[in-house]
Structures are given as structure tokens and as C-alpha cells.
Design a protein around this ligand. Structure first.
Ligand code: APR
Length: 263
């Protein structure tokens, strides 16, 4: 992002305007976690059509596939560390009025970076949790993956022996209602909406920047590649989140030393 663009974005945020940060898989690629739709991404290795909620609920064979899909990325996600982009989001929470950090990601890296859990909305659930389909109990996913490592291909609930499902939202599965309602409220009541590292192609999540624009917010898109929503954004920067967001924070530090008018 050119210095003028990061400066402009920092000016917007610095004027203490209510800001929402919305992230996708692209914010975690610099932590070694592949995204979904870039060349070589997850959907180049697995067929998303097989990872639907209906398939998972249909039979044991599909549940084995769904768990194997999650198991292949578990160690990478478990051991991944937040990168400068996650840390910059955390710092923005200290500098400004960040009303929500809405993420499509299931990797838990915003939590690891210290984002306030009260303002973190995990739209697509999390890889760190497993839910029992029978009794509804929730368990740490590590226990479920330990069962897979010991040869149980569909992990069982330690409480009732029911089948467990990873705490991630599958295609065709409703998003957690309370989370989506809070995300929509944040989108329509903010003044600045910053989308980072998302192709903005998956709904209903991709409705959120549109709702923000329609409610009068300034929308900024920070993404390595162009997105279908670039034309509606007030500010677009194609580049690496791990470089751009820390630059915005540096501008904000400067701004707070020498205040300038907002965006
Ligand atoms: N910095 C900035 N942008 C990046 C970086 C980076 N370091 N690395 C990748 N990107 C961009 C890519 O250009 C791409 O447009 O991040 C975007 C990631 O897009 P997707 O892979 O489609 O991921 P996302 O938008 O989060 O997908 C949404 O789709 O498959 C479902 O549930 C899954 O939550 C996911 C949802």
C-alpha cells in the first residue's frame, strides 16, 4: 500500500471512528497456513463438494473423510504462530475504537495474538473445538485428534459416546446465529470496515462489507489479489497483510503524536 494509502487509512481509523476488521484466510498465509482459493490452496487439494454438512450428517464414510480433511491440517494449525498482520490487528484494538474483529478463519490465530475474545466473532467456527452430535457437549479438538491418532476414524464424545464433529462450519451448515447477528450489527453501525485477506466470494460472510457500505461506512480492502468487491471500496490495496497492516499501525503511532484531520 502506498504511504499515502496507509496514511489515509490510518487517518480514517485514528479519528476515533468505530471500526470493524474483517479477516479471511489470507491473513494467515504468512503464518504458514494455506488459504483456500489461491493456486495450490486447500480447494486445489480437496473437493469442497465433499465437505458439506449434508454429507457429514449422511453417513459414517463421509464423517471419516471430513475428520481426515481436518486432521491433515491440524498439526500445522496447532503449531502456527500469529504473524505481523494478526499482531497489527491486536495493536489496532489498543489504538482505536475497534468494535469487532470478524473472522472467517478457524485457525484461532487472532486469539493467540491476544485479540479481545469479547470482540472476536468467529463466523465459521473454530478448529480448536469439537461438538457432540448427540449430547451437544463441546470438547477440545486436541482430544478428538488424539483419538484419530489412536485409530478411531470418527472421534467419540467422552461423555455419551456420540459422534463428534469439528467445531468448524461446513458448507451448507448454518452459521452460528448469535455470531452472525452480532457481525451484521457491527457492520451496519461502523464508520470504517476493513476487509483483510479474503477473496470476498463466500456468502453470507461477504454480505458484511456490502452491508457496511450501504449503511454509509468507508470500506477498505487489503488483499493480495483483486476481489469482486473492490469497486465498492473507498480504498483498495493489493499487497501482503503482514506488510500493510503494520504500516497502518506505524502511521497511527505517528498520527497520535501529530494529529491530522480524519478521512
Ligand atoms: N496478504 C494479503 N492477502 C493474501 C495473502 C497475504 N499474505 N495471502 C493470500 N491472500 C489473499 C488471496 O489473494 C485471496 O484472495 O487472501 C485471499 C484468500 O481468499 P480465500 O482463499 O477464498 O479465503 P477466504 O476469503 O477466507 O474464504 C472464505 O471460504 O472455503 C471457505 O470456509 C472457508 O472461511 C473460508 C471461506
Amino acid at each position: 500500500m502506498s504511504p499515502s494509502k496507509t496514511g489515509k487509512l490510518a487517518d480514517c481509523i485514528a479519528s476515533q471512528q468505530k471500526t470493524v476488521i474483517f479477516t479471511g484466510a489470507g491473513i494467515s498465509t504468512e503464518s504458514g497456513i494455506p488459504d483456500f482459493r489461491s493456486p495450490g490452496g486447500i480447494w486445489d487439494q480437496f473437493d469442497p463438494e465433499e465437505m458439506t454438512y449434508q454429507n457429514f450428517m449422511a453417513d459414517e464414510k463421509n464423517r471419516r473423510k471430513y475428520w481426515a480433511f481436518h486432521h491433515q491440517s491440524w498439526r500445522n494449525i496447532r503449531d502456527a504462530r500469529p504473524n505481523p498482520a494478526h499482531r497489527a490487528v491486536r495493536q489496532l484494538e489498543d489504538h482505536c475504537d475497534i468494535s469487532a474483529v470478524i473472522t472467517q478463519n478457524i485457525d484461532g490465530l487472532h486469539r493467540k495474538a491476544g485479540t479481545d475474545p469479547e470482540r472476536l466473532l468467529e463466523l465459521h467456527g473454530t478448529m480448536w473445538r469439537a461438538d457432540c452430535l448427540s449430547c451437544g457437549e463441546t470438547h477440545p479438538c486436541e482430544q478428538a485428534f488424539d483419538q484419530i491418532d489412536s485409530g478411531i476414524s470418527v472421534p467419540r464424545c467422552p461423555v455419551c459416546e456420540g459422534d463428534l464433529k469439528p467445531g468448524t462450519v461446513a458448507f451448507g451448515e448454518p452459521l452460528p446465529k448469535n455470531v452472525m447477528v452480532r457481525a451484521q450489527k457491527a457492520a451496519v453501525s461502523c464508520e470504517v470496515f476493513i476487509a483483510v485477506g479474503s477473496s470476498l466470494t463466500v456468502y453470507p460472510a461477504a454480505f458484511l462489507p456490502e452491508m457496511a457500505v450501504n449503511a454509509g461506512a468507508n470500506v477498505a480492502i487489503i488483499n493480495r489479489d483483486p476481489t469482486p468487491l473492490d469497486s465498492m471500496a473507498h480504498l483498495v490495496s493489493h499487497g501482503k497483510a503482514g506488510e500493510i497492516l503494520p504500516e497502518v499501525v506505524r502511521h497511527l503511532d505517528e498520527q497520535q503524536r501529530h494529529p491530522r484531520p480524519g478521512c
